[in-house]
Design a protein around this ligand. Structure first.
Ligand SMILES: Nc1ncnc2c1ncn2[C@@H]1O[C@H](COP(=O)(O)OP(=O)(O)OP(=O)(O)O)[C@@H](O)[C@H]1O
Length: 266
């Protein structure tokens, strides 16, 4: 687990939140807070409501009931401050995009489609591509890439955003062992920069080693709290219906070497 020094700002606050589609509740009564520099992992079975909660956080789905605030406002009010990685990516198949074009889009929220890329923007794009190991694929067409290569490119786009809140839906899907290590390092760096992160995942061990909180979902919140308290054989059995082994010694606290300076902007 990574600890940034400053945790003053509340980035997400949910109170008695019911989420779902067209008035049909998928998960009811969600309560949690996520503060600056902290991460929460949503872990649960297929169809348990993880993506639904992420879509509600980014403002793609209205809450059915209760309250959710993102940076103190309604979801969707501060898109520039949020980088969202959805489960499905269509842009590379609709448009003839190269990898670098996709990563550059990570800079657009701050400047708009017509904004000029500065040398600082180009440096950020390069460093995001290097972090995910796709710098040599910069001019490669996205539609000719493997699924894992595309996932690395979309993760590089998220990193290029330099967002205050990262909302990630199964970010390690399709990644090989090297890609996962790069992802984990990049996420640690984002946390140390002061970003907060909410991640839906099936990688219980990897994410639990990074995240300060875990929410176990099974069409309801089964448990919420620090990984070493939440990921017990009983709660995992309750969530997944099977016993899952876990080496809880991995849930150690890593301090940031260069903690962020708390500087954020609207
Ligand atoms: N667009 C939609 N309209 C109506 N119901 C939906 C829609 N998308 C998902 N659902 C339903 O909402 C429930 C939760 O789905 P959700 O996508 O949040 O699951 P998940 O936990 O992210 O699953 P997975 O691990 O498979 O990605 C499921 O029962 C699903 O059928």
């Amino acid at each position: 687990m990574v600890s940034a020094v400053t945790t003053s700002g509340t980035d997400i606050s949910a109170r008695d939140l019911d989420i779902g589609y067209d008035g049909n509740t998928v998960v009811a009564g969600i309560n949690f807070e996520l503060t600056e520099g902290r991460a929460i992992a949503l872990i649960g079975t297929n169809g348990s409501g993880k993506s639904t909660l992420l879509k509600t956080i980014v403002g793609l789905l209205p809450p059915i009931d209760g309250q959710i605030k993102i940076f103190g406002e309604a979801p969707g009010a501060k898109p520039k401050r949020i980088a969202y990685l959805g489960q499905f990516h269509a842009s590379g198949f609709v448009l003839p995009l190269r990898a670098i074009d996709v990563v550059r889009m990570g800079r657009f929220p701050g400047k708009g489609l017509m904004g000029r890329m500065t040398s600082e923007d180009n440096d950020i794009v390069q460093s995001a591509m290097t972090a995910m190991g796709v710098e040599k694929l910069a001019d490669f067409p996205l539609r000719a890439m493997s699924g894992g290569q595309q996932q690395r490119v979309y993760l590089a786009q998220v990193l290029a955003h330099r967002a205050d809140l990262l909302v990630l839906d199964e970010p390690t899907a399709g990644l090989d062992v090297g890609g996962r290590e790069r992802y984990l390092q990049a996420i640690k760096d984002e946390l140390c920069r002061g970003a907060s992160i909410v991640v839906a995942t099936h990688d219980v061990q990897d994410e639990a080693s990074l995240c300060h909180q875990v929410m176990l979902l099974a069409h309801r919140v089964v448990a919420l709290g620090p990984p070493d308290q939440v990921l017990t054989p009983q709660t995992l059995l309750e969530t997944f219906g099977i016993v899952i082994g876990g080496d809880q010694k991995r849930f150690t606290v890593l301090e940031c070497v260069h903690p962020h300076d708390g500087h954020r902007h609207d």
